[in-house]
Design a protein around this ligand. Structure first.
Ligand SMILES: Nc1nc2c(ncn2[C@@H]2O[C@H](COP(=O)(O)OP(=O)(O)O)[C@@H](O)[C@H]2O)c(=O)[nH]1
Ligand SMILES: [Mg+2]
Length: 349
């Protein structure tokens, strides 16, 4: 899973990035500071993986990962050159979801305006998609009328998208457009699931700010700077501080947990003496496609999946015991992989 962090200048993108990833990327005290993107990989906390690892005692234990990209610069055409916007878009196209950081702290004497900030960024996403659509529609119309090539169905979908975007709306609320395979290649930003991070000052009363958000957007409140400071302490120290401040879970785990839920992601496991590993897939993924996450050869040569649920395996104490109890199943290509499945794929190459 890959998450792109976006937001207005000085909303705290890099601060939140540091909080989430334990990085120490440079935050800036003025608007329009450092512009280079920051990238980091974070392990998804999962107690099941630890239990499986204790059972198999493998050489290597590999948690599922989330990649975070803090894109740095602004998407707004007002304060960025087209070339730098293209560069940002290139970084954002592949991400599975956007985290939109909204300022809820005083900055350089300016009071926070979270609703306005959210609306402004939402328009940037819509505007960026509109630019893409307009260019493409123009080209496709020419191709279709003059050269008799190009897909009229694609044009029709793009024209619908243009209408929605012209009306100032994000594409994510229109799944028939946002998820159509013909448009997937455009990776429209406003079609991506969006998680708003309300980046609150240290003393903020949780829940005090309510935002009006469009469909398909959820909000998580974080104290970015505080969480960043905590992320730079040792686990034990951070735990003590958390208890003191009445914070239960780290920002990282809250965001990862919520984004998993929100994006409809689940984990399955592969186990063995060499490696115990967690893999991320979307809910409702059939077994061969899940196998493809491990390697495309396993998907192509898929024969069967040998499946036992995490609960059955741990309950039985070993794979052999689970098998004796009749809880290891052989599943075919239509099997829908479930959260916590422990799978051994059988395949031909
Ligand atoms: N009080 C407070 N200040 C913050 C918070 N997050 C960021 N800042 C400050 O806002 C400024 C910009 O932060 P930065 O992370 O560089 O924002 P970016 O431009 O969006 O990447 C810095 O001076 C930060 O210290 C926060 O949660 N609380
Ligand atoms: Mg920054």
């Amino acid at each position: 899973m890959e998450i792109g962090i976006v937001g207005l200048p000085a909303s705290g993108k890099t601060t939140v990035f540091n909080a989430l990833t334990g990085s120490e990327a440079e935050v800036s005290a003025f608007k329009g500071g450092k512009k280079d993107p920051n990238l980091a990989v974070v392990q998804v906390p999962d107690q099941r993986l630890e239990k499986l690892s204790a059972m198999y005692n493998p050489k290597k234990t590999t948690p599922a990962q989330v990649r975070y990209v803090d894109i740095g610069g602004s998407l707004s055409a007002h304060d960025a050159k087209e070339s730098s916007i293209d560069e940002l878009l290139r970084l954002l196209r592949p991400v599975d979801a956007l985290v939109n950081v909204v300022r809820n702290f005083e900055f350089a004497g300016e009071q926070p305006t979270p609703q306005d900030d959210f609306d402004a960024l939402e328009s940037e996403l819509v505007f960026s998609d509109l630019m893409t659509v307009e260019k493409r529609v123009e080209k496709l119309e020419k191709e279709i009328t003059k050269a008799k090539k190009g897909n009229p169905k694609e044009l029709e979908l793009l024209q619908k998208a243009k209408e929605i975007l012209d009306g100032g709306k994000a594409l994510r609320a229109f799944p028939e457009i946002a998820t159509d395979p013909l448009l997937r290649g455009y990776a429209f930003l406003s079609a991506k699931p969006c998680i708003v991070v309300l980046n609150s000052h240290d003393n903020a009363e949780p829940g005090a700010v309510r935002l009006e958000l469009p469909d398909g957007v959820i909000m998580i409140e974080l104290k970015g700077r505080l969480e960043m400071e905590l992320s730079q302490l040792s686990d034990e120290e951070a735990e003590l501080f958390r208890e003191d401040m009445g914070l239960q879970e780290s920002a990282t785990s809250i965001l990862i947990r919520k984004s998993y839920e929100f994006l409809g992601l689940i984990s399955f496991f592969t186990v063995g003496p060499d490696e115990v590993k967690a893999w991320t897939i979307r809910r409702n993924t059939p077994a061969p496609r899940a196998a493809g996450v491990i390697h495309s050869d396993i998907e192509k040569g898929f024969i069967r999946a040998e499946v036992v649920s995490y609960e059955h395996l741990i309950g039985a104490g070993s794979h052999t015991a689970a098998q004796k109890a009749g809880n290891v199943r052989l599943e075919g290509k239509n099997y829908i992989v479930q959260d916590g499945d422990v799978i051994n794929f059988r395949f031909n190459v």
